[in-house]
Design a protein around this ligand. Structure first.
Ligand code: MBD
Ligand code: FE
Length: 254
């Protein structure tokens, strides 16, 4: 780890150099790629492109987890969502599309100790796949926090999210189309769970009825993150248990 820059960027150069030879990259392709990289920047799509590699970093970072698996944060988290009062409804518009969804569950330590006072920070897209803060949706829609009570229990009311298509009218979409890859993510709800003395758990819950569970463009689906809502009167409902790893003790600087 003498020179981490040389280690990583050097390896990147060697791999790209090898790829140019292995794939027989032409000058035309080189110029197309250059133009594409510039346009991704101009369109503000770098967060989106980079999100496609987050799953590799996430798996690497959390390979020794003993509690619940998590997955990628993605580009649409916003800090500062309000703590929701009872009955714990994510803010929505009066005419919000989608089925009503009740999420209940518990937050526990990996060893099974219930964690009252844990914070679940939740965000999701609307039925059209739009996130507030990154679209014309009113600020704050479908974002909020709930705090666990006795026994580490929580409940949250929202609507079912729809599968999400990453913007495909810009340079990123052109790349996907050129490769014959679809731009969809399966329907998901983002959750970040935090509690004192524990590692934060960044995760997403995927609806079992969604398309694209096997072909998420972001590669972020794991079996343990797929939930199975059942009908309960006029709503859908599911239960989920989050188990948090103990906080890693900081390694003292040498
Ligand atoms: C999303 O909603 C998302 O969660 C990720 C990771 C990438 C694009 C859109
Ligand atoms: Fe998302």
């Amino acid at each position: 780890m003498d020179n981490r820059g040389e280690q990583v960027v050097g390896e990147l150069r060697r791999r790209i150099t090898a790829l140019v030879a292995d794939c027989g990259i032409t000058y035309d392709e080189y110029q197309t790629a250059t133009q594409w990289l510039i346009e991704v920047g101009e369109a503000g799509e770098w967060p989106l492109v980079i999100a496609l590699f987050e799953h590799a970093v996430e798996q690497q970072a959390h390979k020794d987890r003993v509690g619940s698996q998590g997955t990628i944060l993605g580009p649409f988290y916003l800090p500062g969502a309000p703590v929701l009062p009872p009955p714990y409804e994510l803010p929505r518009r009066p005419d919000e599309k989608g089925e009503r969804l009740l999420v209940t569950g518990r937050v526990l330590s990996a060893d099974g100790t219930p964690l009252p006072g844990a914070v679940l920070d939740v965000w999701q897209s609307d039925a059209d796949g739009l996130y507030s803060g990154f679209s014309a949706l009113p600020a704050g829609i479908l974002r909020g926090k709930v705090i666990t009570g006795p026994e580490g229990r929580f409940e949250l009311r929202t609507i079912t999210p729809a599968p999400y298509t990453v913007p495909h009218d810009g340079p990123f979409g052109r790349l996907l189309a050129a490769c014959g890859w679809h731009p969809w993510r399966p329907a998901h709800i983002h959750v970040m769970v935090t509690a004192g003395q524990h590692e934060p758990l960044v995760t997403q819950l995927f609806l079992d009825s969604s398309d694209y569970l096997d072909s998420d463009v972001a590669g972020a689906v794991k079996d343990s993150l797929i939930v199975h809502p059942h009908r309960q009167g006029d709503q859908l409902a599911f239960d989920y248990e989050f188990r948090l790893d103990p906080a890693r003790t900081a390694v003292p600087a040498a």
